[in-house]
Design a protein around this ligand. Sequence first.
Ligand SMILES: *Cc1c(COP(=O)(O)O)cnc(C)c1O
Length: 357
Amino acid sequence: MTVYNFSAGPAVLPRPVLERAQSELLDYRGSGMSVMELSHRSSLFEEIIQDAEALLRELMAIPDNYRVLFLQGGASLQFSMVPLNLAKNKKALYINTGSWSKKAIQAAEAVATVEVIASSEDKHFTYIPEITVDNIDQTAAYLHITTNNTIEGTAFQTIPDAGKVPIIADMSSNILANEYRVEDFGMIYAGAQKNIGPAGLTVVIIREDLLNEEAVFAPMLDYRLQSDNGSLYNTPPTYSIYIAKLVFEWLKELGGVAAITAQDRQKAALLYQAIEASNLFSSPVDKNSRSLTNIPFITGDKELDRQFNEAAEAAGFKNLKGHRSVGGMRASLYNAFPIEGVQALVDFMKSFEAEVK
Ligand SMILES: *Cc1c(COP(=O)(O)O)cnc(C)c1O
């Protein structure tokens, strides 16, 4: 049975990447060792982390005045690191667009002065609120946004104009799945396990002038220290960085971010069209706020949702169940997810609908 993995994260990885990792598993480049067994100070690993950075810089066209960091602790640790490093003696602004934004806000409130300038919680996070530059206090340290709301299935369609205030973006679920201009952000961060590689790695892209002047009380939480040490202040997640490098190589070979986002748009359109054409399934999300990478859909009947999820799971459509806070179904269509899997799901939805009628 063909298995299609719709997981929101840890998520599907490109098959050629897994095959390459398999072929190099026992003996990395004639070293007689696995990448997992290499010293993080060895020249072989140094090459891996440098290549990973160079490839990511190329894929995202990251300007020279931005540093790239490979950290740990997930996107969730960034919820605390961002305010600790950047919001000293200054107010931090947030837009609350979903469960992850909310967690970021709660973490920031513990260490900084926070103002939530817009929220879509009034309608269960089913839309992206509009803001204009007039809403932004120009003395604020930063404006934090979640570009793609993994659980609710919404995404910013344009990046807000924040004037001089740097935008900090949690891009965990759509980094490399949209042609963002890095210059539009002061900092971008993403847990790797959605669109980059295995869990355990967090990518941070930060503009140099935002690096903290004063040391943060805990060295591991200090961007400048991490940056000055080339992400090797302590032992980094070496194998996750290696797999991320292979994913970046795969993406580059496919034609880079422009090519993959064209595919992502096709995949999303296929599923949204099927949802719109259906008399059973519908999208709980405002049409103008839809995500391309995480697509929730519902029948409106919890028992039918349950039946659908059970039948889908048995037919090889794995991890389609919606997040426990939202219910229904959710298809996560990250870069590595094949279009054949979307077509197969659409066919399955049609036959399910025909059956229950
Ligand atoms: C998954 C996710 C997180 C949490 O990531 P961890 O790496 O588990 O901490 C945060 N923000 C967004 C948008 C996510 O999708």
